[in-house]
Design a binder for this molecule. Sequence first.
Ligand code: FCB
Length: 448
Amino acid sequence: MTQDNLFPADFLWGAATSAYQVEGAPLADGAGQSIWHRFSHTPGLVANNENGDVACDHYHRYEADVALMRELGLNAYRFSVSWSRIFPDGKGRVNEKGLDFYRRLVDALRAANIQPLITLFHWDLPAALDDRGGWLNHNISKWFADYATVMYRALDDRQPIWATLNEPWVVTDGGYLHGPLAPGHRNWFETPIAAHNLLRAHGAAVEAYRAIGKGNIGIVVNLEPKYAATESKEDRDAVVRADAYMNRQYLDPIFLGKYPPELAQLYGQAWPQFADADFSLIRQRIDYLGINYYTRGLTRHDDKQMIERAIRVRNPRATYTETGWEVFPQGLTDILVWVKEKYGNLPMYITENGAAFYDPPSSGEVVDDPLRVDYLRRHFNAAREAMRRGVDLRGYFVWSLLDNFEWALGYAKRFGIIHVDFETQKRTLKASAKFYKDVIRSKGGNLG
Ligand code: FCB
């Protein structure tokens, strides 16, 4: 590989986690309950009735975890803040002890020369706000901006990169339409309203940041490029619908100030009139776009599917991960180039990419995960290819630093590059972590 093919010297090489998935101690130091605490403590909603009470115990072990990041040579770390640690009642009173945890974490990262990327909302809404309607309540944009402002005041001087929301599409599709994720609703009519309020909250938090913040703020979306399963007109139309619903529903309002034209028809009677003023709030300038990429959607027309009337079908020749996602690195190149061409050449980060595979029992010292190594190698190359095509990609965060609580799937699906023994909390570097360390050290020189 020639020098030109190396990743830039200031490229951010990171790993990502989220509060409820790794922290544990969800009620410590005066924190309030989140909807994920409530959901996972409701029997039958999470595999094996597991919950985040202990998770990776990162709340107590963050210093050792930062030392592991350092050992890998990471120069960035993406984590999220638990809103209900800061506002136990959802709004009003601020819990300083909750803030202190994130102050300590950011200071530890800074001391290790690791750039923090802080997500303000990664799904764990304060239960007290859900009691007031959660994402269906119009006032949530203000509650979110107030919370965001407290975080900016506490941490902006440490120069983190900020992200408002993580994957608003998953929040609405999983939390309000199909129900496997908290708060577990199944309601077609609620879905566009929750989506709109997420976007308004994002806009309000960006607006608040412009008033007092000095650094960079963006949003994290999950994107899944859609490809037709056959050349039929039906399947090609299904691709347009699936793309409007999953990818453009959030990006069009943010970058173009309006919803994709297909959505009104797809939602039908459930589609309300939205105030014009909302779109200027939503269409705030952002400094970067964060993209979570895991797989593509090989798409077929299917009238039985709600809203998009499209379904993801299996590619018989492909490798699949343990969560049933096709390994398709080219989709990462395609989606990055698509964003650049459709919405403009703004800085981008891959804020999540990774895979759950079965990990063989650990001998205590090594965990061999060749499928994950192969997955990462191919996706790093796909990202590098997008950069060759002019995408302004600034960094890459592997999901995840640690095996953790994978929402409704519990602890069985392991995404970490570091193995966690949940009995003892022992961390063991997987082969993928060692591979990543070499990628970082050589700036991608070992990928070729
Ligand atoms: C994403 C989530 C993240 C994790 C990965 C596997 O949708 O943002 O928390 O669950 O999927």
